[in-house]
Design a protein around this ligand. Structure first.
Ligand SMILES: Nc1nc2c(ncn2[C@@H]2O[C@H](COP(=O)(O)OP(=O)(O)OP(=O)(O)O)[C@@H](O)[C@H]2O)c(=O)[nH]1
Ligand SMILES: [Mg+2]
Length: 329
C-alpha cells in the first residue's frame, strides 16, 4: 500500500495530472470504520487512473500488484497512512476518553458535547465522552440523556452518581468506565475549548508524554472574562506553588489535561486533597512518580452559563492543601 500510494505520487511528479490528491483524500477522509470501504473506492480509482495513465505512456505495471497489496489490506494501508503527516494521528489505535464531570451544567452541556463531537469527528480520532453528573438539581442528566439519544451510546456514556461527591471521586468513577488508553479531563462549563485537543494529542505523541497539561500561563495561553480578584488569586496560587514546590509545569491549578489512562489512575488514587488543590497535587505527584509532562498553551474563558463557586472557603482550602503538600512531598 505504501508502494502503491508512493507510485501514485511519483506519477504526478512526472508532470501528469492524475488526480492523485483526490485518491489520497479518499483514503484519508474516513475513519477506521469506513476505511475499508474507502479502500474499495481506491481500487476503483486506481483502475480509472490506470486507464487515464495509458495514453500518457506512463509505467503502470504496478497496478497489477494491487490485488496482492489489497489482499492483506489494513495493516499495510494503515502504515502507509501513518507515513503521511497529520493523518498518522488517526490510525494509531489510540482511543480518547473524555471525562466530563458536571454539576448544574444543563445549559453548557449541549454546546460542549457538540463541540467535542465536531472536533473529534473532524480530526478522525476515536473517542468517547463520559458524563459524570452528580445529581444536578437543574436537570443536567436529562439533557445528557437527550444528547446520548442524538449522538449514540458509543460516543456518549452516562455514569451518573446520586449526589454531589466532588470532582476527585468523579474522575475515579469516570476512569473505571473509560475504554480509551488516553483520558482527557476538562470542565464542562465551556472554559476549556475542545479546539485545543488536537494540539494536546500532537504534543503527547511528539514527546511521548505521560501527561499533557493545558497552560494558561505559558506560550500564548491566557485567561479571559475573570475579574481582577480572580486573576490575582489564580496567579498568586500558581506563583506560591511554583516557589514552594517547584513542580516543573507552568499551570498547576488548571484542569484541562490529557493523561495516559494508567497514569491518571495511579495519580488520582494517590492524591489526598479535595477541592481546588486537587489539580495541583496531580501535577506534583506526577513529578514525584517521574512521569513526563508536556504543555499546551490554552485560552481559558470564564464559564459561559452558571454561577462561579470560588469563595473564601475554597481559598482557605487551597492554602491548607498547599501547605500540606509542601510539608509532605
Ligand atoms: N460530577 C461532579 N462535577 C462537578 C462537581 N463540582 C464541580 N463539577 C464540575 O467540574 C467542572 C469544574 O467545576 P467548576 O465549578 O467549573 O469549577 P471552577 O472552574 O473552578 O469554577 P467556576 O467555573 O468559576 O464555577 C465543571 O464541569 C463542573 O460542572 C462535583 O462535585 N461533581
Ligand atoms: Mg469552571
Amino acid at each position: 500500500m505504501d508502494w502503491v500510494l508512493g507510485k501514485v505520487v511519483d506519477q504526478s511528479d512526472c508532470g501528469a495530472s492524475l488526480g492523485n490528491t483526490k485518491i489520497i483524500d479518499l483514503v484519508f477522509a474516513d475513519d477506521a470504520v469506513t476505511f475499508t470501504e474507502s479502500l474499495e473506492v481506491l481500487v476503483m480509482a486506481l483502475e480509472a487512473l490506470h486507464e487515464e495513465a495509458k495514453p500518457l505512456g506512463l509505467e503502470v505495471s504496478w497496478l497489477k500488484t494491487k490485488v496482492q497489496v489489497f489482499g492483506d489490506l489494513l495493516d499495510e494501508a494503515v502504515q502507509s497512512v501513518h507515513a503521511c503527516g497529520d493523518v498518522t494521528l488517526r490510525m494509531t489505535g489510540d482511543k480518547y476518553s473524555v471525562l466530563l464531570p458536571t454539576y448544574n451544567e444543563k445549559d453548557n452541556l449541549p454546546i460542549i458535547v457538540w463541540l467535542l463531537c465536531k472536533y473529534f469527528d473532524e480530526s478522525g480520532f476515536v473517542y468517547e465522552i463520559i458524563i459524570i453528573d452528580d445529581g444536578s438539581p437543574d436537570g443536567t442528566l436529562e439533557v445528557a440523556k437527550k444528547l446520548q439519544d442524538i449522538y449514540g451510546e458509543e460516543k456518549i456514556v452516562l455514569r451518573p452518581r446520586a449526589k454531589k461527591l466532588g470532582l476527585g471521586t468523579a474522575y475515579i468513577h469516570g476512569i473505571k468506565h473509560a475504554t480509551g488508553n488516553f483520558v482527557f479531563i476538562m470542565d464542562a462549563d465551556l472554559s476549556h475549548h475542545p479546539k485545543f485537543m488536537a494540539e494536546f494529542i500532537k504534543v503527547q505523541k511528539e514527546g511521548n508524554f505521560d501527561v499533557v497539561s493545558g497552560t494558561r500561563y505559558g506560550g500564548d495561553g491566557g485567561v479571559y472574562g475573570w475579574d481582577l480578584k480572580r486573576k490575582v488569586i489564580s496567579r498568586g496560587a500558581n506563583y506560591v506553588t511554583q516557589v514552594l514546590l517547584r513542580p516543573g509545569a507552568s499551570d498547576l491549578t488548571g484542569s484541562f489535561r490529557l493523561y495516559r489512562k494508567e497514569v491518571l489512575q495511579k495519580l488520582v488514587e494517590s492524591c489526598v486533597s479535595k477541592g481546588y488543590v486537587f489539580q495541583m497535587e496531580m501535577i506534583i505527584r506526577a513529578r514525584q512518580f517521574n512521569y513526563t509532562i508536556g504543555e499546551v498553551p490554552i485560552s481559558f474563558v470564564d464559564r459561559v452559563y452558571g454561577e462561579s463557586k470560588l469563595g473564601g472557603a475554597e481559598i482557605m482550602g487551597f492554602v491548607k492543601g498547599l501547605l500540606y503538600l509542601f510539608a509532605t512531598t
